[in-house]
Design a protein around this ligand. Structure first.
Ligand SMILES: O=C(O)CNC(=O)[C@H](CS)NC(=O)CCC(=O)C(=O)O
Length: 282
Protein backbone atom coordinates (compact mmCIF):
# COMPACT_ATOMS: atom_id res chain seq x y z
CA UNK A 1 0.00 0.00 0.00
CA UNK A 2 1.68 3.17 -1.23
CA UNK A 3 0.34 5.43 1.51
CA UNK A 4 1.94 3.29 4.22
CA UNK A 5 5.28 2.72 2.53
CA UNK A 6 8.20 4.29 4.33
CA UNK A 7 9.93 6.65 1.91
CA UNK A 8 12.19 8.56 4.32
CA UNK A 9 15.39 6.56 4.96
CA UNK A 10 18.89 7.10 6.24
CA UNK A 11 21.61 5.30 4.26
CA UNK A 12 25.08 4.87 5.75
CA UNK A 13 28.29 3.24 4.57
CA UNK A 14 31.18 2.45 6.90
CA UNK A 15 34.81 2.28 5.81
CA UNK A 16 37.95 1.11 7.54
CA UNK A 17 41.07 -1.01 6.97
CA UNK A 18 39.92 -4.46 8.14
CA UNK A 19 42.43 -6.81 9.75
CA UNK A 20 42.48 -10.63 9.84
CA UNK A 21 41.14 -10.55 13.44
CA UNK A 22 37.32 -10.42 13.66
CA UNK A 23 37.33 -9.15 17.27
CA UNK A 24 39.35 -6.06 16.25
CA UNK A 25 37.01 -5.32 13.37
CA UNK A 26 33.95 -5.81 15.53
CA UNK A 27 35.28 -3.24 18.00
CA UNK A 28 35.82 -0.73 15.15
CA UNK A 29 32.34 -1.42 13.85
CA UNK A 30 30.75 -0.80 17.24
CA UNK A 31 32.67 2.48 17.66
CA UNK A 32 31.56 3.70 14.21
CA UNK A 33 27.91 2.70 14.75
CA UNK A 34 27.84 4.85 17.89
CA UNK A 35 28.80 7.93 15.82
CA UNK A 36 26.09 7.62 13.17
CA UNK A 37 23.07 9.90 13.02
CA UNK A 38 19.94 8.29 14.47
CA UNK A 39 16.97 7.62 12.23
CA UNK A 40 13.99 5.26 12.69
CA UNK A 41 14.57 3.76 9.22
CA UNK A 42 18.29 3.35 8.87
CA UNK A 43 20.25 0.98 6.61
CA UNK A 44 23.96 0.63 7.39
CA UNK A 45 26.21 -1.19 4.94
CA UNK A 46 29.69 -2.57 5.72
CA UNK A 47 32.48 -3.31 3.22
CA UNK A 48 33.15 -6.75 1.74
CA UNK A 49 34.96 -8.93 4.31
CA UNK A 50 34.42 -6.27 6.99
CA UNK A 51 35.08 -8.72 9.84
CA UNK A 52 38.03 -10.65 8.33
CA UNK A 53 40.34 -9.29 5.68
CA UNK A 54 43.97 -9.41 4.66
CA UNK A 55 44.95 -12.68 6.31
CA UNK A 56 47.23 -15.32 4.80
CA UNK A 57 45.90 -17.53 1.98
CA UNK A 58 42.85 -19.50 3.13
CA UNK A 59 42.58 -17.60 6.46
CA UNK A 60 38.86 -16.86 6.10
CA UNK A 61 37.98 -20.53 5.66
CA UNK A 62 38.70 -21.18 9.34
CA UNK A 63 35.96 -18.72 10.35
CA UNK A 64 33.22 -20.12 8.09
CA UNK A 65 29.88 -20.51 9.81
CA UNK A 66 26.66 -22.21 8.73
CA UNK A 67 24.29 -19.65 7.25
CA UNK A 68 22.35 -17.96 10.07
CA UNK A 69 24.35 -19.59 12.86
CA UNK A 70 27.58 -19.10 14.72
CA UNK A 71 29.22 -16.63 17.08
CA UNK A 72 30.16 -13.91 14.56
CA UNK A 73 26.72 -13.80 12.99
CA UNK A 74 25.26 -13.60 16.51
CA UNK A 75 27.45 -10.56 17.23
CA UNK A 76 26.15 -8.81 14.14
CA UNK A 77 22.56 -9.66 14.95
CA UNK A 78 23.05 -8.24 18.46
CA UNK A 79 24.46 -4.97 17.05
CA UNK A 80 21.50 -4.56 14.68
CA UNK A 81 19.21 -4.94 17.72
CA UNK A 82 21.21 -2.69 20.01
CA UNK A 83 21.43 0.17 17.49
CA UNK A 84 17.98 -0.53 15.99
CA UNK A 85 19.00 -0.53 12.35
CA UNK A 86 19.24 -2.72 9.29
CA UNK A 87 22.82 -3.93 9.12
CA UNK A 88 24.25 -5.39 5.91
CA UNK A 89 27.46 -7.28 6.61
CA UNK A 90 29.18 -6.81 3.27
CA UNK A 91 30.34 -10.40 3.17
CA UNK A 92 31.17 -13.18 5.57
CA UNK A 93 32.42 -16.73 4.88
CA UNK A 94 29.60 -19.28 5.20
CA UNK A 95 29.80 -23.03 4.65
CA UNK A 96 29.23 -24.16 1.08
CA UNK A 97 28.62 -27.57 -0.45
CA UNK A 98 32.38 -27.76 -1.17
CA UNK A 99 34.24 -28.54 2.09
CA UNK A 100 37.38 -26.85 0.73
CA UNK A 101 35.72 -23.53 -0.14
CA UNK A 102 33.31 -21.10 1.51
CA UNK A 103 30.54 -18.92 0.09
CA UNK A 104 31.07 -15.17 0.26
CA UNK A 105 27.69 -14.32 1.80
CA UNK A 106 26.26 -10.86 2.19
CA UNK A 107 24.05 -10.95 5.29
CA UNK A 108 21.23 -8.54 6.09
CA UNK A 109 20.21 -8.30 9.76
CA UNK A 110 16.98 -6.54 10.74
CA UNK A 111 16.52 -4.31 13.83
CA UNK A 112 14.89 -7.28 15.61
CA UNK A 113 18.11 -9.25 15.07
CA UNK A 114 16.71 -11.65 12.50
CA UNK A 115 18.66 -12.59 9.37
CA UNK A 116 16.39 -11.05 6.76
CA UNK A 117 18.29 -11.97 3.59
CA UNK A 118 21.49 -13.56 2.34
CA UNK A 119 23.28 -13.39 -0.98
CA UNK A 120 26.26 -15.41 -2.23
CA UNK A 121 28.73 -13.53 -4.47
CA UNK A 122 28.05 -14.48 -8.09
CA UNK A 123 31.17 -13.19 -9.85
CA UNK A 124 34.57 -14.17 -8.49
CA UNK A 125 37.65 -12.00 -8.88
CA UNK A 126 40.12 -14.18 -10.81
CA UNK A 127 42.01 -11.29 -12.31
CA UNK A 128 45.53 -9.98 -12.94
CA UNK A 129 46.09 -6.50 -11.53
CA UNK A 130 49.18 -4.32 -11.89
CA UNK A 131 49.70 -4.01 -8.12
CA UNK A 132 51.89 -5.68 -5.48
CA UNK A 133 49.47 -8.65 -5.21
CA UNK A 134 49.37 -9.11 -8.98
CA UNK A 135 47.28 -12.23 -9.27
CA UNK A 136 43.88 -12.52 -7.59
CA UNK A 137 42.31 -15.99 -7.53
CA UNK A 138 39.14 -15.69 -5.46
CA UNK A 139 37.70 -18.95 -6.81
CA UNK A 140 40.50 -20.92 -5.09
CA UNK A 141 38.85 -20.21 -1.74
CA UNK A 142 35.31 -19.20 -2.66
CA UNK A 143 32.41 -20.98 -4.28
CA UNK A 144 30.27 -18.80 -6.53
CA UNK A 145 26.60 -18.26 -5.70
CA UNK A 146 23.72 -19.07 -8.02
CA UNK A 147 20.92 -16.66 -7.14
CA UNK A 148 20.00 -13.05 -7.85
CA UNK A 149 18.76 -11.62 -4.54
CA UNK A 150 16.50 -8.69 -3.82
CA UNK A 151 15.78 -8.05 -0.13
CA UNK A 152 12.81 -6.20 1.36
CA UNK A 153 13.40 -3.84 4.31
CA UNK A 154 9.95 -2.60 5.26
CA UNK A 155 9.10 -2.03 1.62
CA UNK A 156 12.54 -0.75 0.59
CA UNK A 157 13.71 -3.06 -2.19
CA UNK A 158 17.42 -3.63 -1.73
CA UNK A 159 19.55 -5.28 -4.43
CA UNK A 160 22.35 -7.39 -2.97
CA UNK A 161 25.64 -7.59 -4.87
CA UNK A 162 29.31 -7.72 -3.87
CA UNK A 163 32.36 -5.89 -5.25
CA UNK A 164 33.41 -7.44 -8.59
CA UNK A 165 29.68 -8.00 -9.36
CA UNK A 166 29.52 -4.26 -10.13
CA UNK A 167 31.22 -4.94 -13.47
CA UNK A 168 28.31 -7.08 -14.71
CA UNK A 169 25.41 -4.75 -15.50
CA UNK A 170 23.10 -7.60 -16.56
CA UNK A 171 22.88 -8.52 -12.86
CA UNK A 172 21.71 -5.02 -11.94
CA UNK A 173 19.26 -5.04 -14.85
CA UNK A 174 17.71 -8.22 -13.44
CA UNK A 175 17.49 -6.66 -9.99
CA UNK A 176 15.93 -3.55 -11.53
CA UNK A 177 13.37 -5.73 -13.32
CA UNK A 178 12.41 -7.13 -9.91
CA UNK A 179 11.78 -3.64 -8.54
CA UNK A 180 15.11 -2.62 -6.96
CA UNK A 181 15.22 0.85 -5.37
CA UNK A 182 18.60 0.77 -3.61
CA UNK A 183 21.65 -1.14 -4.85
CA UNK A 184 24.22 -2.27 -2.27
CA UNK A 185 27.78 -2.95 -3.47
CA UNK A 186 29.92 -3.78 -0.42
CA UNK A 187 33.48 -3.93 -1.72
CA UNK A 188 37.17 -4.56 -1.26
CA UNK A 189 38.12 -2.84 -4.52
CA UNK A 190 41.83 -2.67 -5.15
CA UNK A 191 43.58 0.69 -5.11
CA UNK A 192 44.68 0.31 -8.73
CA UNK A 193 41.36 -0.81 -10.27
CA UNK A 194 39.50 1.53 -7.95
CA UNK A 195 41.43 4.56 -9.18
CA UNK A 196 40.67 3.52 -12.76
CA UNK A 197 37.02 2.38 -12.50
CA UNK A 198 35.28 2.68 -9.09
CA UNK A 199 33.41 5.98 -9.46
CA UNK A 200 32.53 5.38 -13.13
CA UNK A 201 31.15 1.87 -12.57
CA UNK A 202 29.02 2.84 -9.58
CA UNK A 203 27.66 6.04 -11.12
CA UNK A 204 26.85 4.13 -14.32
CA UNK A 205 24.91 1.48 -12.37
CA UNK A 206 22.94 4.22 -10.56
CA UNK A 207 22.19 6.07 -13.80
CA UNK A 208 21.20 2.94 -15.75
CA UNK A 209 18.97 1.44 -13.07
CA UNK A 210 17.76 4.82 -11.73
CA UNK A 211 18.37 3.55 -8.21
CA UNK A 212 20.20 4.83 -5.15
CA UNK A 213 23.57 3.13 -4.72
CA UNK A 214 25.40 2.51 -1.45
CA UNK A 215 28.92 1.17 -1.86
CA UNK A 216 31.21 0.90 1.17
CA UNK A 217 34.80 -0.02 0.38
CA UNK A 218 37.81 -1.23 2.33
CA UNK A 219 40.63 1.31 2.58
CA UNK A 220 44.37 1.30 3.16
CA UNK A 221 47.18 -1.26 3.29
CA UNK A 222 46.11 -4.55 4.84
CA UNK A 223 48.14 -7.11 6.84
CA UNK A 224 48.99 -9.16 3.74
CA UNK A 225 50.10 -6.09 1.77
CA UNK A 226 46.92 -5.76 -0.22
CA UNK A 227 45.91 -2.18 -0.95
CA UNK A 228 42.31 -1.07 -1.19
CA UNK A 229 40.90 2.15 -2.60
CA UNK A 230 38.47 3.59 -0.03
CA UNK A 231 36.10 6.24 -1.47
CA UNK A 232 32.94 4.58 -0.20
CA UNK A 233 30.06 6.19 -2.05
CA UNK A 234 26.38 7.01 -1.77
CA UNK A 235 24.85 7.97 -5.13
CA UNK A 236 21.35 9.16 -6.06
CA UNK A 237 19.21 7.75 -8.92
CA UNK A 238 20.33 10.58 -11.24
CA UNK A 239 23.96 9.55 -10.71
CA UNK A 240 24.94 12.40 -8.38
CA UNK A 241 27.45 11.51 -5.69
CA UNK A 242 25.77 12.37 -2.37
CA UNK A 243 28.77 11.37 -0.25
CA UNK A 244 32.37 10.17 -0.84
CA UNK A 245 34.33 8.92 2.17
CA UNK A 246 37.79 9.69 0.76
CA UNK A 247 40.57 7.42 1.98
CA UNK A 248 40.46 7.78 5.77
CA UNK A 249 38.54 5.31 7.92
CA UNK A 250 35.11 6.63 8.86
CA UNK A 251 31.53 6.78 7.69
CA UNK A 252 29.24 8.58 5.28
CA UNK A 253 25.51 8.97 5.62
CA UNK A 254 22.71 10.48 3.53
CA UNK A 255 19.04 10.94 4.17
CA UNK A 256 17.15 9.76 1.11
CA UNK A 257 13.56 10.06 -0.12
CA UNK A 258 12.38 7.07 -2.16
CA UNK A 259 9.88 9.33 -3.96
CA UNK A 260 12.85 10.66 -5.90
CA UNK A 261 12.93 7.37 -7.79
CA UNK A 262 9.49 8.05 -9.21
CA UNK A 263 10.44 11.58 -10.24
CA UNK A 264 13.64 10.50 -12.02
CA UNK A 265 11.92 7.55 -13.73
CA UNK A 266 8.92 9.60 -14.87
CA UNK A 267 11.09 12.32 -16.35
CA UNK A 268 13.28 9.80 -18.21
CA UNK A 269 11.36 6.51 -18.59
CA UNK A 270 14.33 4.29 -19.50
CA UNK A 271 12.45 1.15 -18.58
CA UNK A 272 9.69 1.85 -21.09
CA UNK A 273 12.11 2.97 -23.78
CA UNK A 274 14.42 -0.03 -23.46
CA UNK A 275 14.13 -2.26 -26.57
CA UNK A 276 15.97 -5.12 -24.83
CA UNK A 277 13.71 -5.82 -21.83
CA UNK A 278 12.53 -9.40 -21.62
CA UNK A 279 9.96 -8.74 -18.95
CA UNK A 280 8.19 -5.72 -17.54
CA UNK A 281 8.21 -4.60 -13.91
CA UNK A 282 4.84 -5.30 -12.31
O1 LIG B 1 39.59 -12.52 -1.07
C1 LIG B 1 39.23 -11.92 -0.05
O2 LIG B 1 39.82 -12.01 1.04
C2 LIG B 1 38.05 -11.04 -0.13
N1 LIG B 1 37.60 -10.79 -1.43
C3 LIG B 1 38.07 -9.80 -2.18
O3 LIG B 1 38.93 -9.02 -1.80
C4 LIG B 1 37.50 -9.71 -3.54
C5 LIG B 1 37.98 -10.89 -4.28
S1 LIG B 1 39.75 -11.07 -4.32
N2 LIG B 1 37.87 -8.50 -4.18
C6 LIG B 1 37.26 -8.06 -5.29
O4 LIG B 1 36.27 -8.62 -5.77
C7 LIG B 1 37.87 -6.80 -5.89
C8 LIG B 1 37.27 -6.40 -7.20
C9 LIG B 1 38.02 -5.30 -7.82
O5 LIG B 1 38.91 -4.70 -7.25
C10 LIG B 1 37.70 -4.93 -9.22
O6 LIG B 1 36.68 -5.39 -9.76
O7 LIG B 1 38.48 -4.16 -9.78
Amino acid sequence: MTSRMVTDWQLSALQWCSTPEPAENLARLRALLALLPRHPHHLVVLPECALIFGGPEGWQQGFSEPLGQGPWQRELSALACEFQLYLLLGSFPTLSTDPARFSASSLLFAPDGSLLADYQKLHLFDVEVADSTGSYRESDSTMAGEKVTLADCQGLKLGLTICYDVRFPSLMQQLAAQGMQVLAVPSAFTRVTGAAHWHSLLRARAIETQCFVVAPNQTGVHANGRETFGHSLIIDPYGRVLADAGVEPGWISSRIDLNELTAVRQAMPLWQHNRFNCELTP
